[in-house]
Design a protein around this ligand. Structure first.
Ligand code: NZQ
Ligand code: ZN
Length: 384
């Protein structure tokens, strides 16, 4: 096992009717700005619960954070927050709202020229307003981590950044908020969670049997629970299990002491930036192709994955790996999530810009840092 340092101070408040606890979780002596998206929280009763809980607080709001939150929109929130003297931010929504809230928290007190510099890494995040979250879409794990992914419409970029200043003070996870999600978003959430686990599990052996089994526990739970979204659409327990899986998949517990990949995400972000694919849908296109391309480097883990996760006991090594990748694809298809670029009308020549971006960056990704522009081109060809 590799050396590691793990720190995660996020208070998780999980369960039914927990939004009312905002009354105590949000400090009463701070001006609060509530940040949300396109209005789903107004239609499903979450907005009312939040405002009722904050009735003793001094509250303003910023609405309109879009999926794959844009720097341009976030900057409008930054102006508003500065103007009103916001002292605490509350993000209410899915990963996009939470990520936007993190960026806004860092940008409001930022003294430099342009807060975008913090996203690109040109300037460090040295401070941020305190923030809290009410999660309404289980998927990204943003509720319990330090990541934020911000897009810039003008340059068609989508860039992840992170800082320990961006840990939420708390996150409220009421699984009942997910009942209003359309099947497409629920499926996206399962796929994103699944891929988060794979990025930390399907690498190479590091003598970390506990982390292997933690990853397998998450994958098995997803495989078991996801079909129930259709067969038991009213089950609170199913929603609760999927929500907790999503949080556990990206609070970096799984990454302790083991190598991690993240190449699927790096390529997926470019697909979203250029072709507007939903985050999870971009991952579902890239992951199977990447596993096939890297099957030699990932052979031990892919073989292992085939056994406890997909129950492939009696096959030889290579057939187990083939089957494990095929089962992964079939799982995504069972959720009506396509796995080919052609499903979105994207052809190889459309992908030249993605390869050019990797070429320009020079850095390589993957657990062996062996995936550069040429490999990205090959992976996208396999995903055609
Ligand atoms: O904007 P509203 O009206 O709220 O509608 C949203 C949005 O249209 C809707 N929605 C959310 N909760 C709902 C609901 N509709 C009905 N009922 C509810 N309870 O769902 C749509 C999608 O929301 P979004 O927040 O965009 O989805 P998701 O949670 O999948 O977040 C995706 C973003 O997170 C980033 C992605 O790149 C993408 O930008 N990620 C963040 C990560 C992190 N911070 O660690 C890691 C991930 O890998 C990912 O990159
Ligand atoms: Zn993701």
């Amino acid at each position: 096992m590799f050396n590691f340092s793990y720190f995660n101070p996020v208070r998780i408040v999980f369960g039914r009717d927990t939004i009312a606890q905002l009354a105590d979780l949000v400090p009463t002596d701070r001006r609060v700005m509530v940040i949300y998206g396109g209005g789903s929280i107004k239609r499903n009763g979450v907005y009312e619960q939040v405002m009722a809980a904050l009735n003793a607080h001094q509250v303003s709001e910023f609405a309109g954070i879009e999926p794959n939150p844009c720097y341009e929109t976030c900057m409008a929130a930054v102006q508003k927050g500065r103007h009103e003297g916001a002292e605490f931010l509350l993000g209410v929504g899915g990963g996009s709202v939470l990520d936007a809230t993190k960026f806004i928290a860092a940008a409001i007190p930022y003294q430099g020229r342009d807060p975008w510099d913090m996203v690109t890494g040109k300037a460090p995040v040295t401070t941020a307003l305190p923030l809290g979250c009410v999660l309404t879409l289980p998927a990204t794990g943003s509720e319990m981590n330090i990541n934020s992914v911000i897009s810039r419409a003008s340059t068609r970029q989508k860039v992840p950044f992170k800082s320990e200043h961006l840990f939420p003070r708390f996150s409220i996870l009421d699984p009942a908020t997910s009942f209003s999600l359309p099947m497409r978003q629920l499926a996206n959430g399962v796929v994103d969670t699944f891929v988060h686990v794979c990025e930390q599990y399907l690498t190479y052996e590091a003598n970390a049997p506990l982390q292997n089994r933690q990853a397998e526990a998450l994958l098995l739970t997803l495989i078991e629970e996801a079909p129930k979204l259709q067969s038991e659409p009213d089950s609170y327990e199913v929603r609760a299990n999927l929500m907790w899986c999503a949080t556990q998949a990206l609070n970096y517990n799984l990454a302790c002491g083991v190598p991690t990949d993240w190449a699927t995400h790096a390529i997926g972000h470019e697909l979203t930036a250029l072709f507007d694919l939903d985050h999870a849908r971009a991952l579902a296109v890239v992951l199977p192709a990447l596993l096939s391309h890297q099957r030699r480097q990932k052979a031990d883990k892919l073989f292992r994955y085939g056994c406890p996760v997909w129950g492939l006991a009696d096959l030889d090594h290579e057939s187990t790996i083939d089957n494990a990748i095929e089962r992964t694809v079939a799982f995504f298809h069972s959720l009506q999530v396509p796995t080919r670029l052609s499903d979105y009308g994207i052809c190889q020549s459309d992908c030249r810009e993605i390869v050019a971006r990797f070429e320009q960056r020079k850095t390589k990704v993957g657990e062996h840092q062996n995936i550069g522009a040429a490999e990205v081109a090959a992976i996208l060809a396999l995903a055609a």
